[in-house]
Structure formats: C-alpha cells, structure tokens
Design a protein around this ligand. Structure first.
Ligand SMILES: [Fe+2]
Ligand SMILES: [Fe+2]
Length: 173
C-alpha cells in the first residue's frame, strides 16, 4: 500500500520523466535542424528511454494498487544557442532528475516504504549512468568545438549509435 505522500511523489515523478522525454525530443529536433543526424538519433533514443522511465514508475504504481494521475507536462526549451548549449541543458536536466530521485528515495525511507525504496534503487543507479554518459558527451562536444562536430558523430557511430529509426516508437524505416 502506498501512502498518500508517496503516491503524490510517484505521480509527480512520472510527469518529470515525461518532461525529460519531451526535452530530449526538443534537443533531437535541434540536432537534426543542424544537420547532425547521429546526435539527433542519439537524443531520440534518450527521449524513448525517458518515456520508458515514466512507464516503469506507472506500472509500479499499478502493481501496488496506487492511483495513477497524469498531470500537465510543462513545455521544454524550444531551441538552443549551440550544440554545446543543448548538451549542457541535457546534463542540467539529468542533474535535476537525480535530485528528484534522491528526494523520492529519502521520502520512501522516511515513510518506511521499503518496497518503494527497493524499486527506486534502479533509478538511483540509472542516474549515475545517465550523468556519466551525458558528461562524457559534453566534454567531447567541447573538445571538438563547433567546426568538428562530425568527429563527435563519428565517435558516437563507433560506440554503436545507429541512424535506424526502426526500433524507436514512431520509427518507420
Ligand atoms: Fe529518466
Ligand atoms: Fe535520463
């Protein structure tokens, strides 16, 4: 059974993850408009992952008989000054989500809700990974500079980012 406070916090986190998903759609679209198809594909995948996080939370709530309430999702930043700016904003968003997850975990412990705390551990680990990979990408973009972003794209291709949209929701090729 979920307490009202945990239920409210989980519902809020679903909206936070949906916001992240939309923020990455904005970044992916910006990258595409800059002709950077690999970076665009990378962020479309990030967006799909964030939607996955929202669904993971939602299904957990359903599993434990929680009341799911999807609230408004605020609009993400519509465009960016540069590729570096877009990646920096992505890192900032991941840091914000890490704080949100930490607060949620602290609440679960405060309420002695160990099932929710155990469930949230996956998100704690995921945030470590997300901060690390986004930070790495930011360093790479900074090192390359505006004129060598194609080198960043080459590196991402070597790391296994694919241009195929086939595995993405809405993908058609
Ligand atoms: Fe997430
Ligand atoms: Fe994330």
């Amino acid at each position: 059974m979920l307490s009202k406070a945990i239920e409210k916090a989980l519902n809020e986190q679903i909206v936070n993850e949906l916001y992240s998903s939309n923020a990455y759609l904005s970044v992916a679209s910006y990258m595409d408009s800059e002709g950077l198809k690999v970076l665009s594909a990378y962020f479309f995948r990030q967006s799909a992952e964030e939607r996955g996080h929202a669904l993971k939370l939602l299904h957990y709530m359903l599993d434990v008989g929680g009341n799911v309430l999807i609230d408004d999702v605020k609009a993400p930043m519509p465009t960016f000054k540069s590729v570096e700016h877009a990646v920096q904003e992505s890192l900032n968003q991941e840091k914000t989500v890490t704080e949100q997850i930490n607060r949620l975990m602290a609440l679960a412990h405060k309420e002695c809700d160990y099932a929710t705390a155990s469930f949230l551990k996956w998100f704690v680990d995921e945030q470590v990974e997300e901060i690390s990979t986004t930070n790495e990408l930011l360093l790479l973009v900074q090192k390359a500079g505006d004129n060598n972003l194609l080198l960043v794209e080459d590196r991402l291709l070597k790391q296994g980012v694919t241009l195929s949209r086939a595995q993405l929701p809405g993908g058609d090729d």
